[in-house]
Design a protein around this ligand. Structure first.
Ligand code: G3P
Length: 219
């Protein structure tokens, strides 16, 4: 493996859940192996088991709840996704936000279950607060660009530079960036600015040819 860490977030698109989650994860695995790239997938909780059985690349949960085991109907705990086959989890995605103290508790609980932690942040301010909690990665994504065709690299390179300073340089935590990333140039720009990798969804999940879309993103 070399180069950036690329996490493909499958979200809840029909094209990347259920049987399609396994198909897409196999494509991600194939591209990871053939290009020697660190590609990981984040999938809905109900797909973790099947996807983790099907591929050798890291499979992350998209969210976990921080409760201790007990009477919490409908919650999905770090221990559950770990047993299902996840090796990490996203935390505080802007589509599933939580307060900072809840982020702290979730990092703690996920770490107890031996899950890698990727804390999402909407701003460099929040990113620095998250970095102080020492997750494995902080992922900065301006919410207004998520799902669109204008990338964080193009629209807000200063958000990447500021986050590099405040997350990596100041706190020694690896930095991912995401939102609207659709081209190799977007990825290269993010890396040139100092990011360790990218978090991508629609550019791959919704592509007519996801394998080509993913290959075309790799620097
Ligand atoms: O988690 C990644 C995500 O929020 C970015 O989404 O569709 O803009 O690549 P997208």
């Amino acid at each position: 493996m070399h180069g950036p860490t690329i996490i493909i977030n499958f979200k809840t698109y029909l094209s990347s859940t259920g049987e399609n989650a396994v198909k897409l994860a196999k494509i991600c695995e194939k591209v990871a192996i053939e290009t020697h790239t660190d590609i990981r997938v984040a999938v809905v909780a109900t797909d973790i088991h099947d996807v983790a059985e099907a591929v050798s690349i890291p499979v992350y949960a998209e969210h976990v709840d921080s409760y201790l085991p007990g009477a919490h109907t409908g919650s999905i705990l770090p221990e559950h996704v770990k047993v299902a086959g996840a090796s990490g989890t996203l935390i505080n995605h802007s589509e599933h936000p939580m307060a900072l103290e809840h982020v702290a508790e979730t990092i703690k609980r996920a770490s107890q279950a031996h899950l890698a932690t990727v804390v999402c942040a909407a701003t460099p301010d929040f990113a620095e607060e998250a970095a102080k909690l020492k997750p494995d990665f902080v992922a900065v994504e301006p919410p207004e660009l998520i799902g669109g065709d204008i990338s964080v690299s193009t629209a807000h390179p200063e958000i990447i530079s500021q986050s590099v300073e405040r997350v990596k340089n100041k706190h020694g935590v690896k930095l991912l960036v995401g939102a609207g990333i659709k081209t190799r140039e977007d990825v290269i720009k993010a890396l040139e600015l100092g990011a360790d990798g990218v978090l991508i969804a629609s550019g791959v999940d919704k592509a007519d040819d996801p394998e080509k879309a993913l290959r075309d993103l790799i620097p």
